[in-house]
Design a protein. Structure first.
Length: 472
């Protein structure tokens, strides 16, 4: 399996942290595994809590509690299977390292402790979006226009809003603290745009005023479902616009809906008026055909893209095309040729771009059976993905890393990385990634002697792949 400004990006880096755990060597798999509404005991090869005891079950957190769904509501059980926090919440997250879990009840969001007591209440109308970071702040949102950060007392400490067509930052009193010249901006004429002349991907979050902008911004935030919704609106308003069709196609690709992606990307190619835009669209057409297993069409479009990119002197684009062509040769079984293209791509890439190349070099060594080398490159990729907050890339790499450990018969680390990878792919809504994770878990359970669970996971994988047109 192979492979998002300024004020928001700075805030995201400043207020959020993501750390990939080190190899798990002490214990794995966990005592119980959440599956089919029950909990499976790997050592006993039987269910500790029968299937369908709950509507949905989730993995146990570090504090020994696991969330479950019962009659459409969420609660928490202990490791004896007892419901210790009643199923009364409309939404519930896992307990984090600080002993708190995000919940929603009757439209109110907040954080509960291990007794089920609401100890932090999120201000009215705002929605919780995750766990507190190591700095003691957590991101909250209000629709798609306002957002902020609260502290552990539930107080808004920073808020983002829209004024005069741009993103502004406010302090806890509501005073605009950035940009400093907001009055001048509001008094000036609004910027008008000619959409068809705008290069692909050049839209800025700071001027988000239309669904084309919103689509690209959601892609950058790895919020693919909202990107699809914004892209569909953009195409309905601007059906002949290259950027609208391209963004929608890319969003479909990221969720594994490859037939829909091809349809939108072909329309984008039809309406492209510059070599730069056409090269980008051809590249994504090639990647999409590759995911569907049509390697001849994949190579055809990637080579067309590479030819245009070289004419334009775009080294970054050349690196991306070389990487994608390498993937195609790998799928064709020409592994040494794939490695030669990847080495060329690596030399042209920035540090951020090297992550995908490292992942793909690892995949080639995986195919060669050189698993130790593969693990080394997967870890290089994961470190970069983590550093730049790329959840989708991290999830993909964790799945590949887990599968490499499985092939090495290091089942402790294999299970850990496969479980974490599936969680991340589900979080970003990448159906292809989720299905690949289930496939790898199926192989894991097959290799550890549980054929029933292996069949269940492989069936899940096939069902998802078939639903998105990628069962080949």
């Amino acid at each position: 399996m192979k492979n998002i400004v300024t004020a928001l990006l700075l805030l995201t880096v400043a207020f959020t942290t993501f750390t990939a755990s080190a190899d798990q060597t002490k214990s794995s798999p966990p005592r119980w595994i959440a599956v089919d509404g029950g909990y499976y005991h790997p050592a006993k090869k039987d269910f500790a809590i029968p299937q369908n005891s709950f509507e949905r079950t989730f993995d146990f957190a570090a504090n020994g509690l696991a969330r479950v769904e019962l009659n459409g509501k969420y609660g928490y059980i202990n490791q004896k299977g007892k419901l210790v926090i009643p199923a009364r919440f409309d939404f519930a997250g896992d307990f984090a390292a600080n002993g708190l879990a995000l919940v929603s009840l009757n439209g109110k969001w907040g954080y509960i402790n291990q007794k089920g007591e609401m100890v932090i209440v999120i201000p009215d109308s705002f929605k919780g979006e995750g766990d507190f970071n190591t700095n003691g702040f957590v991101y909250v949102s209000l629709g798609d226009k306002r957002w902020g950060y609260i502290n552990q007392k539930g107080k808004i400490v920073l808020m983002g809003d829209y004024m005069c067509g741009i993103t502004v930052l406010k302090d806890d009193t509501g005073r605009v603290i950035w940009p400093k010249d907001i009055k001048r901006i509001c008094n000036s004429q609004p910027i008008k745009r000619i959409y068809n002349s705008k290069p692909i991907g050049a839209y800025s979050f700071a001027n988000a005023q239309n669904p084309i902008d919103e689509c690209f911004n959601y892609l950058a935030a790895q919020d693919y479902q909202d990107a699809i919704a914004a892209g569909q609106q953009a195409v309905s308003l601007y059906p002949n616009n290259v950027s609208a069709n391209f963004c929608l196609g890319k969003a479909y690709y990221q969720t594994g809906q490859f037939d829909l992606a091809l349809d939108s990307l072909k329309k984008a190619a039809m309406y492209a008026t510059t070599k730069q835009d056409l090269a980008v669209v051809y590249n994504w057409l090639g990647m999409t055909y590759g995911r569907k297993g049509n390697l001849d069409n994949a190579l055809f479009y990637c080579e067309k893209s590479l030819k245009l990119i070289i004419e334009l002197g775009d080294k970054k684009g050349e690196a991306a095309d070389l990487n994608n062509i390498a993937e195609i040769f790998q799928d064709k079984g020409e592994l040494n040729k794939a490695l030669s293209y990847l080495e060329k791509s690596l030399n042209l890439n920035s540090e951020k771009g090297k992550a995908t190349v490292y992942n793909n070099i690892a995949l080639v060594y995986d195919d060669k059976g050189e698993y130790a080398k593969a693990v080394s490159y997967y870890k290089k990729a994961l470190a970069i993905y983590t550093r730049y907050g790329n959840y989708n890339g991290s999830g993909i790499d964790m799945l590949n890393l887990g599968n490499a450990y499985r092939e090495m018969k290091d089942f402790n680390n294999a299970y850990y990385y496969l479980q974490e990878g599936v969680k991340m792919e589900k979080k970003v809504g990448d159906k292809y990634g989720e299905a690949t994770g289930y496939k790898y878990l199926g192989w894991y359970f097959r290799d550890t002697g549980d054929n029933k669970l292996a069949k269940d996971y492989l069936t899940k994988a096939y069902t998802i792949l078939k639903s998105i047109g990628a069962e080949k």
